[in-house]
Design a protein around this ligand. Structure first.
Ligand code: PHE
Length: 346
């Protein structure tokens, strides 16, 4: 019996020494202290079997061993707790650390330029207006002095929307330019009037590096007493200098648009070669980008404005062209591609 008690004590001490985790600790504790099947309970049962004169001796011995094993277990528990807090230190997570931020998106380069242009024109007292992309044939052509037989219609072929038979509805087209909003604005606000209209326009075009079926324009219209071409040139210069952050030269060439008279193509001095000639300006020193002119009296009339009292200028610039120029983009199709490798550069 005595030998057995000693054996169990030694075994318990060895096993306690080996404990590495609280789970193992619990297991060993149960192995020795479980009331029913624990090793110590078995020893107590054995004590009951021995003769009465030996009972006190073995009883005391078993109790002693029980206490020794108990305190060894307590000590082990304290060690485990200490190790655990050391590990906690090691696993410390700094919640204030600046880890990878969410990747935020940003405005498309077209939108960036558009907002910039809006700010420039707002500072000159222009309203920012909007118009329908699905436009009536009337506003897109008729009211701009382009009747159905007019050859200028061929220059702006578009996508016609099929009418329902006998619907009595107006003929609809995808607008080919932002100019229809000129007449809409005149009808709504009358004279005097200063507005710009940024927006998406469509042409029935075969696409290539410099043509797309969908692109962006910004229309401008200023109507007042005694407005002349000088006002147009001043506004254009102001806008270009603000966009390119430097003095920009402009020149006018005669241009034909049925809704202005006289009409001009407005060019600005190439900023890449400073007018000396390069591949971007096709060796001319000038970049062509705005159609403009004095609003045709017929168009003023369509807009309900008396051409004998008021005059105005109008212009339509290709915002897409401007973005391409500003960032040296050599393929227009990239702008509508949604390709993140391209867009993330802005
Ligand atoms: N709407 C014309 C175009 O798209 C440009 C333009 C606007 C010309 C206003 C003159 C006046 O080509």
């Amino acid at each position: 019996m005595e030998l057995n008690i000693k054996k169990i004590k030694e075994q318990a001490f060895e096993e306690i020494e080996e404990i590495k985790s609280s789970e193992e600790w619990q297991e060993i504790r149960n192995k020795y202290f479980s009331r029913k099947s624990g090793e110590l309970a078995k020893l107590i049962k054995d004590v009951k079997e021995v003769s009465d004169d030996l009972k006190p001796k073995f009883g005391t011995l078993v109790n002693q061993v029980k206490e020794e094993i108990g305190s060894a277990l307590d000590q082990k528990w304290a060690e485990l707790e200490k190790d655990q807090s050391k590990n906690l230190d090691k696993d410390f997570i700094d919640v204030t650390l600046n880890i990878d931020k969410y990747k935020l998106g940003h405005l498309h380069p077209m939108t960036q330029i558009q907002t910039e242009l809006e700010d420039i024109f707002k500072s000159m007292g222009f309203m920012i207006l909007d118009g329908p992309e699905l436009e009536s044939d009337y506003y897109n052509f008729e009211a701009l002095n382009i009747p159905s037989w007019h050859p200028a219609r061929d220059a702006q072929d578009t996508f016609y929307v099929e009418e329902l038979p006998n619907s009595g509805k107006e003929k609809l087209v995808l607008r080919t330019h932002t100019s229809p909003v000129q007449v809409r604005a005149m009808q709504k606000y009358g004279a005097p009037l200063r507005c710009v209209v940024p927006g998406r326009v469509f042409r029935n075009e075969a696409t290539d590096a410099s043509h797309d079926h969908t692109f962006y324009q910004l229309e401008g219209l200023m109507i007042d007493k005694d407005i002349s071409i000088a006002n147009l040139v001043a506004v254009m210069k102001e806008m270009l200098s603000a966009i390119f952050k430097q003095e920009v030269k402009v020149r006018l060439r005669p241009g034909y648009f049925p809704f202005v008279e006289p009409g001009f193509e407005l060019d600005f001095g190439c900023l890449i070669c400073q007018g000396n000639g390069c591949s971007v300006c096709k060796q001319t020193g000038w970049i062509e980008f705005v159609g403009s002119g004095m609003v045709h009296p017929n168009v003023l009339k369509y807009g309900g404005i008396d051409p004998d009292k008021w005059s105005g200028f109008a212009f339509g610039l290709g915002t897409t062209r401007l973005v391409m120029m500003k960032y040296s983009i050599d393929d227009i199709r990239l702008l509508q591609s949604g390709d993140l490798r391209f867009l993330n550069q802005f």
